[in-house]
Design a protein around this ligand. Structure first.
Ligand code: NAD
Ligand code: MG
Length: 392
């Protein structure tokens, strides 16, 4: 029986994870569930899965949550705050941690799981973008197994030989990172600035949380994934090519020196990579239907349009520049996306704000997580002051 901690259980990935776990009660039991502030859903999940712990990040919600849980005669113990997230993620009883908190907030608890040598199911790409080098070093030092939940990275993982040592040893020429191009792939450029949060969040193929949905509309998501792939597979930026594939049927590919290209395919449903990682190297039912090749309308491919998606170019150059550029990129993006979702800036301001932050950025090599957090805080402040010039 594997004991699972689900960080961010009330989000899109968290809900899909619990859906897979619910169909395998013989294999998995839930040790802890965590949320930022959605207590209604967290209570509902506690009643269904009876975890040992429920953690609410917002400490002001500790008492209301505790009262609700107790009034329902649920035996789950309630904890609150960031340290509690780290504690449940690193508890000795836990085998696997689903890291599905969104954004930089996921860094500390995800790293706590890594440092405790857990099997880490990594959805929180931002933690790797911010601290890739330190994160991978920590995983190696603690013998933590980091399994990629992001569908593209999970696809690449599935197309690589295991155990994997390096791209060179595996005979890999290139990683082909696919992306749909999001909801605005064909929108006239002049119309982009007027796009609303709801339009940006209406992804044609995937149903996801609002932050990653906006990232998909700007293609910053592909940029973050480009950086994520560099760290996960020890690849240089030159070894990764982004391929736009609107149907999201191929989830990414690996091109080998002998001319072979391996692709992982499936319906766009995150329960597939989640199930793959939960019981890897065994396969379990995810609840996702297999592809019906006779119903497919065709598969298309094209190069990314960097003029339409300036955020993508910013991300690929941030990883090439190295240092704290990716930290600044991620922080500025989180600030800009939040302001866009609050309807305080325009869609096209997102990339403009990130560009302005990176232009003035003074980089350094972050040797500690404290240095990463400091760079993150400076970049956020800078992003707000830049945003002020855009009318916020
Ligand atoms: P979401 O917004 O739906 O859920 C986020 C979860 O994190 C919620 O449970 C929320 O309570 C929690 N949370 C938010 N802020 C927090 C904070 N400050 N402290 C602690 N917890 C906090 O997001 P999502 O779409 O599920 O994405 C989660 C992560 O997975 C992101 O990093 C995203 O990039 C990645 N991811 C998501 C998908 C997808 O299909 N949704 C696919 C690939 C990768
Ligand atoms: Mg992805």
């Amino acid at each position: 029986m594997q004991q699972i901690c689900v960080l961010g259980s009330t989000g899109s990935i968290g809900i899909s994870t619990l859906d897979v776990l619910a169909s395998h009660p013989d294999k998995f039991s839930v040790y802890a569930l965590t949320a930022n502030s959605s207590i209604d859903l967290l209570v509902e999940q506690c009643l269904k899965f009876s975890p040992q712990y429920a953690v609410i990040r917002d400490e002001a919600l500790y008492l209301p949550l505790k009262q609700r849980i107790e009034s329902l005669n649920c035996t789950t113990e309630v904890l609150a705050g960031e340290q509690a997230l780290c504690d449940v993620a690193s508890a000795v009883q836990v085998d696997s941690v689903m890291a599905a908190i969104v954004g930089a907030a996921g860094l500390a608890p995800t790293l706590a799981a890594v440092e405790a040598g857990k099997r880490v199911l990594l959805a929180n790409k931002e933690s790797l973008v911010m601290s890739g080098k330190l994160f991978m070093q920590a995983a190696k030092a603690a013998s933590a197994l980091v399994l990629p939940i992001d569908s593209e990275h999970n696809a690449i993982f599935q197309c690589l030989p295991q155990p994997y040592t390096s791209l060179a040893d595996a005979g890999v020429q290139k990683i082909l990172l696919t992306g749909s191009g999001g909801p605005f792939r064909d929108t006239p450029l002049a119309d982009l600035s007027a796009k609303t949060p709801d339009q940006a969040c209406a992804h044609p193929n995937w149903s996801m949380g609002r932050k990653i949905s906006v990232d998909s509309a700007t293609m910053m998501n592909k940029g973050l994934e480009f950086i994520e792939a560099c760290w996960l597979f020890d690849a240089t930026p030159e070894q990764i090519e982004i391929v736009v594939h609107p149907q999201s049927i191929i989830h990414s590919m690996v091109q080998y020196v002998d001319g072979s290209v391996l692709a992982q395919m499936g319906n766009p449903d995150m329960r597939t990579p989640i199930a793959h990682c939960l019981d890897w190297p065994r396969r379990i039912d995810s609840g996702v239907a297999s592809l019906d090749f006779f119903a497919l309308q065709g598969l298309d491919f094209c190069r990314p349009d960097y003029q339409r998606f300036p955020a993508l170019a910013l991300a690929t150059s941030a990883i090439k520049s190295g240092g704290t550029y990716p930290v600044a990129l991620n922080a500025a993006n989180e600030v800009a996306v939040a302001l866009f979702l609050e309807e305080k800036i325009k869609f096209t301001d997102i990339a403009a704000i990130i560009a302005a932050v990176l232009e003035d950025w003074e980089t350094c090599e972050p040797d500690t997580i404290a240095a990463v957090k400091e760079a993150d805080a400076i970049a956020r402040k800078l992003a707000y002051s830049v945003a002020a010039k855009f009318g916020y």
